[in-house]
Design a protein around this ligand. Structure first.
Ligand SMILES: NC(=O)c1ccc[n+]([C@@H]2O[C@H](COP(=O)([O-])OP(=O)(O)OC[C@H]3O[C@@H](n4cnc5c(N)ncnc54)[C@H](O)[C@@H]3O)[C@@H](O)[C@H]2O)c1
Length: 424
């Protein structure tokens, strides 16, 4: 019995099965024909490389890396590269397809891709990480490029990693090609506003959702899981807009203040102590229970599979704004729908990041850089339009927002494929 339950949960947490479940439902509702389903479901290209790297102690180690291009129907593949010990081809495949749907939801001219290297960045030096990055880049060099596939940072990779990829690619091409990756340092062709973009996108769609319920930001209690790039920026920008951030949840604890936390002070406290616990501006509460606080907006912005079949019933938020990728399992969707929780699905809610990555790519190709106001204004326009497209689609087809987002995305990609014609 226990083994059965464990394997059911394992299946529920498998990213590829989760992506399939959402895909199948949307494809069914759209009435897509069998051939188109096969095309949309299959990644266009999967690359696996085994890369020898010189370690600091003089030994050679061989690491395995992947790059999956799920679709290039609407433009170059786009998606991050992650470094982690548990990276798998299944995971990279699922994440690549998510990128295709995400770019289609916000209607930017990219397909979807994802990459990863199986390694443990915690035990590797900067020099070793640089050598892994450069060798991985050189192994996939024919398949990436501004017109082919544009990587970005993901788990355990950052703007330094992107600078190394850009440099390696540029050395081989005998010219500086900044548009080969996004998420670069500003001084190497990065975009203003990129660091805040995903959190800002969450704020923009949360404001749209609140408007539908007639709730003023000052009346909105917010709980955020994850105080990193996405959660930290969302907290800062939401607090600045007047939301009451009543709880922040981290991996080592949670803080609570019914009157709203001082987010900047909490950031300073974490910088100084390395943790959000023991913050004088709030009380420490149980991190597992904090997810179930009553609130208007819950923002899971830490990791995948935090809301699942075993705990979805306990969520007491009016709006679920998915900052993380895949924070809700497919099995939890129905429970949330029955509870009439307004879900802003990840492929919409956290698409602000890829949208500003698109702006970065455009600016690099133009060689002309925008000020932050222009970046933020254009981001807002795209996010508001995408929110309206998804909710409007849901209303017209009588489906929830997640299904609507997938249907809209599949429909857009299928339409592009049909217009181009299938070279079969
Ligand atoms: N950074 C982006 O632009 C971006 C864009 C789209 C989606 N995402 C997704 O958002 C999520 C977060 O990304 P990020 O860039 O903010 O990462 P990050 O590493 O900057 O932040 C994640 C934070 O979550 C915390 N955390 C980890 N496990 C936790 C747990 N069990 N409970 C509570 N807190 C926990 C970490 O300590 C960290 O502070 C990921 O799912 C990522 O794929 C990020």
């Amino acid at each position: 019995m226990i083994a059965e339950a464990t394997s059911a949960l394992e299946n529920e947490f498998n990213p590829w099965l989760a992506a399939e479940a959402r895909f199948n439902e949307a494809a069914e509702k759209l009435g897509l024909d069998d051939g188109m389903r096969k095309v949309l479901r299959s990644p266009a290209r999967e690359i696996c490389v085994h890369i020898p790297v010189l370690l600091d102690d003089g030994r050679i180690e061989v690491f395995t890396g992947y790059r999956v291009q799920h679709s290039i129907a609407r433009g170059p593949a786009k998606g991050g590269i992650r470094y982690a010990p548990d990276v798998s081809l299944d995971e990279v495949r699922a994440l690549a397809s998510w990128m295709t749907w995400k770019c289609a939801v916000v209607n930017i001219p990219f397909g979807g891709g994802k990459g990863g290297v199986i390694c443990d960045p915690m035990v590797l030096s900067q020099g070793e990480l640089e050598r892994i990055t450069r060798r991985y880049t050189s192994e996939i060099i024919e398949f990436i490029g501004p017109e082919r596939d544009v990587p970005a940072p993901d788990m355990n990779t950052n703007e330094q990693t992107m600078a190394w990829i850009m440099d390696t690619y540029s050395m081989h091409h005998r010219q500086t090609v900044t548009a080969v990756v996004t998420g670069k340092p500003i001084d190497l062709g990065g975009s203003r506003g990129r660091t805040e973009a995903t959190g800002r996108g969450c704020l923009i769609v949360a404001l749209q959702a609140l408007k539908r319920f007639g709730i003023e930001p000052s009346q909105a209690r917010v709980v955020i899981q994850g105080f990193g790039n996405v959660g930290g920026m969302a907290a800062k920008l939401m607090a600045r807009t007047g939301f009451k951030i009543i709880s922040i949840i981290e991996y080592d604890g949670a803080v609570y203040n019914a009157n709203g936390l001082d987010v900047n002070a909490l950031m300073k406290h974490r910088q100084e102590t390395g943790s959000i616990v023991d913050f004088s501006g709030g009380e420490s509460i149980d991190r597992d229970e904090a997810l179930f606080l009553e609130c208007e907006v819950l923002v899971p912005a830490a990791k995948e599979n935090v809301i699942h079949s075993q705990n979805a019933e306990r969520i007491r938020a009016r709006i679920l704004c998915e900052g993380a990728n895949g924070p809700t399992t497919a099995a939890a969707d129905e429970i949330l729908a029955n509870k009439r929780i307004f879900v802003i699905p990840d492929i919409l809610a956290n698409a602000g990041g890829v949208t500003v990555s698109y702006f970065e790519w455009v600016q690099d190709r133009q060689g002309f850089f925008w000020n932050e106001q222009l970046v933020n204004g254009r981001l807002e326009e795209i996010m508001v339009n995408a929110f309206k497209d998804v909710t409007g689609y849901g209303e017209r087809h009588n489906v929830n927002n997640r299904t609507a987002a997938y249907m809209l995305a599949l429909d857009r990609v299928a339409f592009a494929i049909k217009l181009r014609g299938i070279y079969a």
